[in-house]
Design a protein around this ligand. Structure first.
Ligand SMILES: [Cu+2]
Length: 128
């Protein structure tokens, strides 16, 4: 019985992720601002490509019904490079952050319990 519930839940999450991905356009342009939509439970886009050390103006747009946050980790997956806490449903917040200098891939996640596991995770690629 419990297994069926888990499978239903997994199906619902996969559906959400697919819906979130279908309209997404990854990648950031030059120095222009970009918007990262936060939903229940996804980031859109969930991939961003930026230049080393580039200053990013990001609008975090919470269109979900839950509080979300945005945390960018260093390549070790532990060290926090940037953090914006507690973006409320319906709130749009402008943040400015500097991309890492070292080319590679970095993760951004929502650290509200269960959200990362539910799909609130994205990849920031730093590419010269
Ligand atoms: Cu969240």
């Amino acid at each position: 019985m419990r297994r069926v519930l888990y499978m239903m839940l997994a199906g619902a999450i996969i559906g959400l992720v697919l819906a979130a991905c279908s309209g997404g356009t990854g990648g950031a342009g030059g120095g222009a601002g970009l918007t990262v939509e936060m939903g229940d439970l996804y980031f859109k886009p969930n991939t961003l490509t930026v230049k080393p050390g580039q200053t990013l103006q990001i609008t975090l747009d919470n269109r979900g019904s839950l509080e979300h946050n945005f945390v960018l980790y260093d390549a070790d997956g532990k060290t926090v490079l940037f953090e914006k806490d507690a973006v409320q449903p319906g709130q749009k917040v402008n943040v400015s952050l500097k991309a890492p200098e070292k080319p590679g891939t970095y993760q951004y996640v929502c650290t509200v319990p269960g959200h990362k596991e539910g799909g609130m995770v994205g990849t920031l690629t730093v590419q010269p």
